[in-house]
Design a protein around this ligand. Structure first.
Ligand SMILES: Nc1ncnc2c1ncn2[C@@H]1O[C@H](COP(=O)(O)OP(=O)(O)OP(=O)(O)O)[C@@H](O)[C@H]1O
Length: 420
Protein backbone atom coordinates (compact mmCIF):
# COMPACT_ATOMS: atom_id res chain seq x y z
CA UNK A 1 0.00 0.00 0.00
CA UNK A 2 1.22 3.46 -0.82
CA UNK A 3 0.93 5.54 2.32
CA UNK A 4 1.36 8.92 0.75
CA UNK A 5 -0.85 8.89 -2.27
CA UNK A 6 -4.46 9.75 -1.60
CA UNK A 7 -5.50 11.13 -4.95
CA UNK A 8 -7.24 7.89 -5.95
CA UNK A 9 -10.30 8.51 -3.83
CA UNK A 10 -13.35 10.67 -4.42
CA UNK A 11 -12.39 14.23 -3.63
CA UNK A 12 -14.53 16.10 -1.14
CA UNK A 13 -14.61 19.90 -1.15
CA UNK A 14 -14.11 21.15 2.39
CA UNK A 15 -16.00 24.35 1.49
CA UNK A 16 -19.08 22.28 0.72
CA UNK A 17 -19.02 20.39 3.98
CA UNK A 18 -20.84 21.71 6.99
CA UNK A 19 -20.44 20.09 10.39
CA UNK A 20 -23.54 19.35 12.43
CA UNK A 21 -21.59 18.47 15.56
CA UNK A 22 -18.42 16.92 16.92
CA UNK A 23 -18.73 13.16 17.24
CA UNK A 24 -15.52 12.59 19.11
CA UNK A 25 -11.86 13.33 19.38
CA UNK A 26 -9.09 10.82 19.12
CA UNK A 27 -5.37 11.06 19.56
CA UNK A 28 -5.02 11.89 15.91
CA UNK A 29 -7.93 14.09 14.92
CA UNK A 30 -11.45 15.32 15.43
CA UNK A 31 -14.45 13.47 14.07
CA UNK A 32 -17.43 15.57 12.92
CA UNK A 33 -20.89 14.66 11.77
CA UNK A 34 -21.12 16.51 8.45
CA UNK A 35 -23.29 16.93 5.39
CA UNK A 36 -22.54 18.13 1.92
CA UNK A 37 -24.48 21.37 1.49
CA UNK A 38 -23.93 21.36 -2.29
CA UNK A 39 -25.83 18.16 -2.96
CA UNK A 40 -27.60 17.38 0.33
CA UNK A 41 -28.71 20.77 1.73
CA UNK A 42 -31.20 19.26 4.17
CA UNK A 43 -28.61 16.86 5.57
CA UNK A 44 -30.60 13.73 4.85
CA UNK A 45 -27.43 11.68 4.49
CA UNK A 46 -24.92 12.97 7.01
CA UNK A 47 -21.61 11.13 7.38
CA UNK A 48 -18.62 11.06 9.71
CA UNK A 49 -15.59 13.16 8.76
CA UNK A 50 -12.29 12.68 10.52
CA UNK A 51 -10.11 15.78 10.29
CA UNK A 52 -6.41 15.95 11.04
CA UNK A 53 -5.09 19.46 11.28
CA UNK A 54 -1.77 19.64 9.50
CA UNK A 55 -0.46 22.34 11.81
CA UNK A 56 -0.80 19.87 14.66
CA UNK A 57 1.72 17.61 12.98
CA UNK A 58 4.48 19.48 14.85
CA UNK A 59 2.91 18.27 18.09
CA UNK A 60 1.97 14.87 16.72
CA UNK A 61 4.86 14.17 14.39
CA UNK A 62 3.51 11.04 12.75
CA UNK A 63 -0.19 12.03 12.71
CA UNK A 64 -0.06 12.73 8.99
CA UNK A 65 1.56 9.40 8.21
CA UNK A 66 -0.86 7.55 10.48
CA UNK A 67 -3.81 9.35 8.91
CA UNK A 68 -2.68 8.45 5.38
CA UNK A 69 -2.15 4.89 6.50
CA UNK A 70 -5.69 4.71 7.92
CA UNK A 71 -7.05 6.13 4.66
CA UNK A 72 -5.17 3.55 2.64
CA UNK A 73 -6.52 0.71 4.80
CA UNK A 74 -10.07 2.06 4.42
CA UNK A 75 -9.51 2.37 0.72
CA UNK A 76 -8.44 -1.24 0.51
CA UNK A 77 -11.67 -2.21 2.24
CA UNK A 78 -13.55 -0.26 -0.39
CA UNK A 79 -11.71 -1.84 -3.29
CA UNK A 80 -13.25 -5.22 -2.60
CA UNK A 81 -16.24 -5.99 -4.86
CA UNK A 82 -18.62 -4.77 -2.20
CA UNK A 83 -18.07 -3.27 1.21
CA UNK A 84 -18.28 -5.61 4.19
CA UNK A 85 -21.38 -5.16 6.38
CA UNK A 86 -19.31 -4.94 9.58
CA UNK A 87 -16.44 -2.83 8.30
CA UNK A 88 -16.41 0.84 7.36
CA UNK A 89 -15.68 2.11 3.90
CA UNK A 90 -14.19 5.27 2.54
CA UNK A 91 -16.74 7.77 1.23
CA UNK A 92 -14.13 10.29 0.16
CA UNK A 93 -11.11 12.32 1.16
CA UNK A 94 -10.02 15.91 1.18
CA UNK A 95 -6.39 16.99 1.29
CA UNK A 96 -5.91 20.75 1.62
CA UNK A 97 -2.87 22.72 2.75
CA UNK A 98 -4.30 22.82 6.28
CA UNK A 99 -6.35 19.67 6.71
CA UNK A 100 -6.38 16.03 5.83
CA UNK A 101 -9.93 14.67 6.05
CA UNK A 102 -11.68 11.45 5.23
CA UNK A 103 -15.30 10.42 5.40
CA UNK A 104 -16.90 7.17 6.51
CA UNK A 105 -20.52 6.23 7.21
CA UNK A 106 -22.01 7.68 10.39
CA UNK A 107 -22.68 5.27 13.27
CA UNK A 108 -25.30 6.91 15.50
CA UNK A 109 -25.34 4.25 18.21
CA UNK A 110 -22.06 5.17 19.93
CA UNK A 111 -19.57 2.49 20.88
CA UNK A 112 -19.85 -0.88 22.59
CA UNK A 113 -18.40 0.43 25.84
CA UNK A 114 -21.09 3.07 26.12
CA UNK A 115 -23.73 0.47 25.36
CA UNK A 116 -22.34 -1.88 28.01
CA UNK A 117 -22.51 0.85 30.63
CA UNK A 118 -26.17 1.29 29.80
CA UNK A 119 -26.88 -2.33 30.70
CA UNK A 120 -27.96 -3.55 34.08
CA UNK A 121 -24.75 -4.43 36.00
CA UNK A 122 -22.80 -3.18 32.98
CA UNK A 123 -22.72 -6.60 31.38
CA UNK A 124 -24.39 -8.16 28.35
CA UNK A 125 -26.45 -11.34 28.33
CA UNK A 126 -25.01 -14.40 26.61
CA UNK A 127 -27.34 -14.05 23.64
CA UNK A 128 -26.27 -10.44 23.10
CA UNK A 129 -22.61 -11.42 23.47
CA UNK A 130 -23.10 -14.16 20.90
CA UNK A 131 -24.62 -11.72 18.40
CA UNK A 132 -21.93 -9.08 18.77
CA UNK A 133 -19.06 -11.56 18.88
CA UNK A 134 -20.32 -13.20 15.70
CA UNK A 135 -20.26 -9.87 13.85
CA UNK A 136 -16.79 -9.00 15.15
CA UNK A 137 -15.49 -12.44 14.16
CA UNK A 138 -16.83 -11.91 10.62
CA UNK A 139 -15.18 -8.49 10.44
CA UNK A 140 -11.83 -9.86 11.65
CA UNK A 141 -12.14 -12.83 9.31
CA UNK A 142 -12.50 -10.43 6.40
CA UNK A 143 -9.54 -8.32 7.49
CA UNK A 144 -7.34 -11.38 8.02
CA UNK A 145 -8.32 -12.76 4.62
CA UNK A 146 -6.93 -9.50 3.18
CA UNK A 147 -3.69 -9.92 5.14
CA UNK A 148 -4.64 -7.16 7.60
CA UNK A 149 -4.10 -7.59 11.35
CA UNK A 150 -6.37 -5.14 13.17
CA UNK A 151 -4.38 -4.93 16.45
CA UNK A 152 -6.70 -2.48 18.21
CA UNK A 153 -9.76 -4.47 19.13
CA UNK A 154 -11.47 -2.97 22.18
CA UNK A 155 -15.06 -1.88 22.88
CA UNK A 156 -14.29 1.78 22.18
CA UNK A 157 -13.38 0.89 18.60
CA UNK A 158 -16.61 -0.98 17.92
CA UNK A 159 -19.38 1.34 16.77
CA UNK A 160 -23.08 0.70 16.37
CA UNK A 161 -24.63 1.51 13.01
CA UNK A 162 -28.14 2.87 12.55
CA UNK A 163 -29.23 -0.69 11.73
CA UNK A 164 -27.97 -1.90 15.14
CA UNK A 165 -25.22 -3.94 13.49
CA UNK A 166 -21.60 -3.30 14.39
CA UNK A 167 -18.67 -1.83 12.56
CA UNK A 168 -15.01 -1.54 13.50
CA UNK A 169 -13.31 1.84 13.49
CA UNK A 170 -9.80 3.27 13.94
CA UNK A 171 -7.41 1.47 11.62
CA UNK A 172 -4.21 3.36 12.27
CA UNK A 173 -2.68 0.49 14.24
CA UNK A 174 -3.69 -2.09 11.62
CA UNK A 175 -0.83 -3.68 9.70
CA UNK A 176 -0.57 -5.83 6.65
CA UNK A 177 1.46 -8.98 6.85
CA UNK A 178 3.84 -9.26 3.95
CA UNK A 179 3.44 -12.52 2.03
CA UNK A 180 6.88 -13.63 3.21
CA UNK A 181 5.70 -13.29 6.76
CA UNK A 182 2.70 -15.44 6.08
CA UNK A 183 5.01 -18.13 4.69
CA UNK A 184 7.36 -17.95 7.63
CA UNK A 185 4.42 -18.16 9.99
CA UNK A 186 4.04 -21.76 8.89
CA UNK A 187 7.60 -22.46 9.99
CA UNK A 188 6.91 -21.62 13.61
CA UNK A 189 5.33 -24.98 14.26
CA UNK A 190 7.98 -26.87 12.31
CA UNK A 191 10.15 -28.73 14.83
CA UNK A 192 12.89 -29.10 12.25
CA UNK A 193 13.49 -25.38 12.21
CA UNK A 194 16.02 -24.91 14.98
CA UNK A 195 16.22 -21.41 16.48
CA UNK A 196 19.90 -21.27 15.63
CA UNK A 197 19.33 -21.86 11.92
CA UNK A 198 19.42 -18.90 9.58
CA UNK A 199 15.82 -18.34 8.47
CA UNK A 200 14.37 -18.93 11.94
CA UNK A 201 16.89 -16.59 13.53
CA UNK A 202 16.11 -13.97 10.95
CA UNK A 203 12.41 -14.52 11.46
CA UNK A 204 12.73 -14.06 15.23
CA UNK A 205 14.68 -10.85 14.71
CA UNK A 206 11.93 -9.62 12.39
CA UNK A 207 9.25 -10.51 14.94
CA UNK A 208 11.09 -8.70 17.71
CA UNK A 209 11.45 -5.54 15.67
CA UNK A 210 7.76 -5.65 14.81
CA UNK A 211 6.97 -5.94 18.49
CA UNK A 212 9.17 -2.97 19.33
CA UNK A 213 7.33 -1.11 16.57
CA UNK A 214 3.85 -1.74 18.01
CA UNK A 215 4.91 -0.85 21.57
CA UNK A 216 6.51 2.32 20.23
CA UNK A 217 3.28 3.16 18.36
CA UNK A 218 1.20 2.63 21.48
CA UNK A 219 3.55 4.79 23.52
CA UNK A 220 3.18 7.48 20.87
CA UNK A 221 -0.60 7.31 21.17
CA UNK A 222 -0.26 7.85 24.88
CA UNK A 223 2.05 10.81 24.34
CA UNK A 224 -0.42 12.39 21.94
CA UNK A 225 -3.22 12.05 24.40
CA UNK A 226 -1.34 13.55 27.30
CA UNK A 227 0.48 16.28 25.40
CA UNK A 228 0.23 19.64 27.07
CA UNK A 229 -2.35 21.78 25.37
CA UNK A 230 -4.25 18.86 23.96
CA UNK A 231 -7.27 17.33 25.50
CA UNK A 232 -6.34 14.10 27.22
CA UNK A 233 -7.17 11.09 25.14
CA UNK A 234 -9.28 9.97 28.06
CA UNK A 235 -11.87 12.69 27.70
CA UNK A 236 -11.19 13.30 24.07
CA UNK A 237 -12.69 9.99 23.08
CA UNK A 238 -16.01 10.77 24.66
CA UNK A 239 -18.69 10.86 22.05
CA UNK A 240 -21.35 13.44 22.75
CA UNK A 241 -23.99 11.30 21.10
CA UNK A 242 -23.81 8.60 23.62
CA UNK A 243 -21.46 9.40 26.45
CA UNK A 244 -23.01 12.57 27.72
CA UNK A 245 -24.26 12.13 31.27
CA UNK A 246 -22.94 8.59 31.43
CA UNK A 247 -20.02 9.44 33.65
CA UNK A 248 -18.23 6.23 32.81
CA UNK A 249 -16.03 5.07 35.65
CA UNK A 250 -12.48 4.00 34.76
CA UNK A 251 -13.02 5.11 31.25
CA UNK A 252 -10.15 3.82 29.17
CA UNK A 253 -10.90 5.59 25.98
CA UNK A 254 -8.13 5.59 23.47
CA UNK A 255 -5.15 5.93 25.75
CA UNK A 256 -2.56 3.22 25.95
CA UNK A 257 -3.87 2.53 29.45
CA UNK A 258 -6.94 1.08 27.84
CA UNK A 259 -5.22 -0.74 25.08
CA UNK A 260 -2.67 -2.38 27.34
CA UNK A 261 -5.36 -4.51 28.95
CA UNK A 262 -5.93 -5.93 25.48
CA UNK A 263 -2.28 -6.56 24.59
CA UNK A 264 -1.43 -10.19 23.86
CA UNK A 265 1.32 -11.95 25.84
CA UNK A 266 3.46 -12.54 22.76
CA UNK A 267 3.57 -8.77 22.17
CA UNK A 268 4.77 -8.16 25.74
CA UNK A 269 7.27 -11.01 25.49
CA UNK A 270 8.63 -9.56 22.28
CA UNK A 271 7.95 -12.76 20.38
CA UNK A 272 6.29 -10.87 17.57
CA UNK A 273 2.66 -11.03 16.72
CA UNK A 274 0.43 -12.33 14.01
CA UNK A 275 -3.30 -12.60 13.39
CA UNK A 276 -3.60 -14.42 16.72
CA UNK A 277 -3.25 -11.09 18.60
CA UNK A 278 -6.73 -10.23 17.34
CA UNK A 279 -8.12 -13.51 18.69
CA UNK A 280 -6.51 -12.80 22.06
CA UNK A 281 -8.13 -9.36 22.12
CA UNK A 282 -11.43 -11.01 21.20
CA UNK A 283 -11.08 -13.17 24.33
CA UNK A 284 -10.50 -10.08 26.50
CA UNK A 285 -13.45 -8.31 24.89
CA UNK A 286 -15.66 -11.32 25.45
CA UNK A 287 -14.63 -11.49 29.13
CA UNK A 288 -15.34 -7.79 29.56
CA UNK A 289 -18.78 -8.10 27.98
CA UNK A 290 -19.53 -11.00 30.33
CA UNK A 291 -18.10 -9.69 33.61
CA UNK A 292 -17.89 -5.93 33.11
CA UNK A 293 -14.14 -5.89 33.64
CA UNK A 294 -11.07 -7.12 31.79
CA UNK A 295 -9.37 -10.20 33.25
CA UNK A 296 -5.82 -8.93 33.79
CA UNK A 297 -6.28 -5.34 34.83
CA UNK A 298 -3.57 -4.26 37.30
CA UNK A 299 -2.84 -1.11 39.31
CA UNK A 300 -0.35 -0.03 36.70
CA UNK A 301 0.99 -1.15 33.35
CA UNK A 302 3.70 -3.32 34.89
CA UNK A 303 1.20 -5.24 36.97
CA UNK A 304 -1.23 -5.58 34.06
CA UNK A 305 1.54 -6.98 31.87
CA UNK A 306 2.68 -9.35 34.61
CA UNK A 307 -0.86 -10.65 34.97
CA UNK A 308 -1.26 -11.03 31.21
CA UNK A 309 1.92 -13.13 31.13
CA UNK A 310 1.47 -15.16 34.31
CA UNK A 311 -2.15 -15.36 35.38
CA UNK A 312 -5.02 -17.46 34.12
CA UNK A 313 -8.37 -15.66 33.76
CA UNK A 314 -10.71 -16.17 36.68
CA UNK A 315 -14.27 -17.27 36.01
CA UNK A 316 -17.12 -16.88 38.41
CA UNK A 317 -19.82 -19.53 38.53
CA UNK A 318 -20.13 -22.77 36.65
CA UNK A 319 -18.03 -23.29 33.54
CA UNK A 320 -20.09 -23.04 30.37
CA UNK A 321 -19.49 -22.83 26.64
CA UNK A 322 -18.78 -19.10 26.84
CA UNK A 323 -16.14 -19.50 29.55
CA UNK A 324 -14.65 -22.32 27.51
CA UNK A 325 -14.47 -20.08 24.45
CA UNK A 326 -12.82 -17.30 26.46
CA UNK A 327 -10.31 -19.72 27.98
CA UNK A 328 -9.35 -21.00 24.54
CA UNK A 329 -8.97 -17.48 23.15
CA UNK A 330 -6.90 -16.41 26.16
CA UNK A 331 -4.34 -19.15 25.59
CA UNK A 332 -0.95 -17.54 26.30
CA UNK A 333 0.85 -19.54 23.61
CA UNK A 334 -0.44 -18.07 20.32
CA UNK A 335 0.25 -21.29 18.44
CA UNK A 336 -2.20 -23.10 20.75
CA UNK A 337 -4.78 -20.31 20.76
CA UNK A 338 -8.16 -20.89 19.16
CA UNK A 339 -8.02 -19.35 15.70
CA UNK A 340 -4.29 -19.85 15.20
CA UNK A 341 -4.53 -22.88 12.92
CA UNK A 342 -7.59 -22.20 10.82
CA UNK A 343 -8.49 -18.62 11.66
CA UNK A 344 -12.09 -17.55 12.21
CA UNK A 345 -13.44 -20.92 11.04
CA UNK A 346 -12.08 -22.58 14.16
CA UNK A 347 -13.81 -20.03 16.38
CA UNK A 348 -17.09 -20.22 14.47
CA UNK A 349 -17.16 -23.97 15.09
CA UNK A 350 -17.00 -23.54 18.87
CA UNK A 351 -19.91 -24.90 20.90
CA UNK A 352 -20.86 -21.40 22.08
CA UNK A 353 -22.03 -20.54 18.57
CA UNK A 354 -23.91 -23.79 18.02
CA UNK A 355 -26.99 -23.17 15.91
CA UNK A 356 -25.92 -19.68 14.84
CA UNK A 357 -26.62 -19.02 11.17
CA UNK A 358 -23.46 -17.21 10.19
CA UNK A 359 -24.65 -16.45 6.67
CA UNK A 360 -27.81 -14.75 7.89
CA UNK A 361 -26.34 -12.31 10.42
CA UNK A 362 -27.02 -9.29 8.24
CA UNK A 363 -30.61 -10.39 7.74
CA UNK A 364 -31.35 -9.93 11.44
CA UNK A 365 -33.58 -6.89 11.36
CA UNK A 366 -33.85 -6.43 15.09
CA UNK A 367 -30.33 -6.59 16.55
CA UNK A 368 -30.17 -6.43 20.37
CA UNK A 369 -30.13 -2.62 20.48
CA UNK A 370 -31.25 -0.10 17.91
CA UNK A 371 -30.03 3.51 18.14
CA UNK A 372 -32.95 5.87 18.46
CA UNK A 373 -33.49 8.17 15.51
CA UNK A 374 -32.91 11.42 17.29
CA UNK A 375 -33.87 13.67 14.40
CA UNK A 376 -34.71 16.54 16.74
CA UNK A 377 -31.12 16.86 17.86
CA UNK A 378 -29.95 17.01 14.25
CA UNK A 379 -32.62 19.52 13.29
CA UNK A 380 -31.71 21.73 16.25
CA UNK A 381 -28.06 21.73 15.27
CA UNK A 382 -28.98 22.39 11.66
CA UNK A 383 -31.23 25.34 12.39
CA UNK A 384 -28.25 26.83 14.24
CA UNK A 385 -26.61 26.84 10.84
CA UNK A 386 -24.08 24.10 11.43
CA UNK A 387 -20.37 24.62 11.91
CA UNK A 388 -17.76 25.63 9.36
CA UNK A 389 -14.93 23.19 10.00
CA UNK A 390 -12.24 25.81 9.45
CA UNK A 391 -13.97 28.14 11.91
CA UNK A 392 -14.08 25.39 14.47
CA UNK A 393 -10.30 24.99 14.38
CA UNK A 394 -9.72 28.74 14.17
CA UNK A 395 -11.75 29.28 17.33
CA UNK A 396 -9.70 26.67 19.14
CA UNK A 397 -6.59 28.66 18.28
CA UNK A 398 -7.79 31.92 19.78
CA UNK A 399 -5.50 32.45 22.78
CA UNK A 400 -7.17 32.64 26.15
CA UNK A 401 -6.10 36.22 26.70
CA UNK A 402 -7.61 38.57 29.26
CA UNK A 403 -7.76 41.13 26.44
CA UNK A 404 -10.09 38.92 24.49
CA UNK A 405 -13.50 38.49 25.93
CA UNK A 406 -15.99 36.54 23.89
CA UNK A 407 -19.58 37.55 23.63
CA UNK A 408 -22.12 35.44 25.46
CA UNK A 409 -23.19 33.94 22.16
CA UNK A 410 -19.65 32.91 21.32
CA UNK A 411 -19.27 31.35 24.75
CA UNK A 412 -22.31 29.18 24.28
CA UNK A 413 -21.14 28.20 20.85
CA UNK A 414 -17.70 27.26 22.07
CA UNK A 415 -18.96 25.27 24.98
CA UNK A 416 -21.18 23.19 22.80
CA UNK A 417 -18.29 22.48 20.44
CA UNK A 418 -15.51 21.83 22.86
CA UNK A 419 -17.14 20.11 25.76
CA UNK A 420 -16.03 16.83 24.35
N1 LIG B 1 -18.21 6.77 11.83
C1 LIG B 1 -18.41 7.27 13.05
N2 LIG B 1 -19.65 7.47 13.51
C2 LIG B 1 -19.87 7.97 14.75
N3 LIG B 1 -18.87 8.31 15.60
C3 LIG B 1 -17.61 8.14 15.18
C4 LIG B 1 -17.30 7.62 13.90
N4 LIG B 1 -15.95 7.54 13.77
C5 LIG B 1 -15.45 8.00 14.92
N5 LIG B 1 -16.43 8.36 15.78
C6 LIG B 1 -16.26 8.92 17.12
O1 LIG B 1 -15.05 9.64 17.18
C7 LIG B 1 -14.17 9.07 18.15
C8 LIG B 1 -12.72 9.18 17.67
O2 LIG B 1 -12.58 8.45 16.46
P1 LIG B 1 -11.31 7.55 16.17
O3 LIG B 1 -11.15 6.52 17.22
O4 LIG B 1 -11.41 7.04 14.79
O5 LIG B 1 -10.16 8.64 16.30
P2 LIG B 1 -8.62 8.43 16.50
O6 LIG B 1 -7.99 9.78 16.46
O7 LIG B 1 -8.12 7.44 15.50
O8 LIG B 1 -8.55 7.78 17.90
P3 LIG B 1 -7.33 7.01 18.53
O9 LIG B 1 -6.85 7.93 19.58
O10 LIG B 1 -7.90 5.74 19.13
O11 LIG B 1 -6.35 6.74 17.44
C9 LIG B 1 -14.68 7.64 18.33
O12 LIG B 1 -14.41 7.15 19.60
C10 LIG B 1 -16.17 7.81 18.13
O13 LIG B 1 -16.77 8.23 19.34
Amino acid sequence: MDNNKISLWPELELENLKAIKVLGKGAMGTVFLVYDKSNDPTARCPFALKVVEKSSVAIKPDADRRARWEISVLNRLKQQQSSHPFLPYLIGTCDTSDYLCWATPYCPGGDLNVLRFRQFDHVFSQSVISFYLAEIICALEKLHSMGIVYRDLKPENILIQQSGHLTLTDFDLARTLPPKKMETLLLTSDPEMEPSTGPRKQYNRHRRSLTRFIIHKMEKKKEFGSHKGLKKAKSARVSPVSRRNLNLPNERSNSFVGTEEYVAPEVIRGDGHEFAVDWWALGILCYEMMYGTTPFRGKNRKETFRKILMMQPEFIGKPNSLTDLIRKLLEKDPTRRLGYQRGALEIKEHQFFKGLRWDSLTEILRPPFLPSRDETELTEELTNGGIEIKDYFQKLKVPASPLWSPSLDECRHNVSLTEF
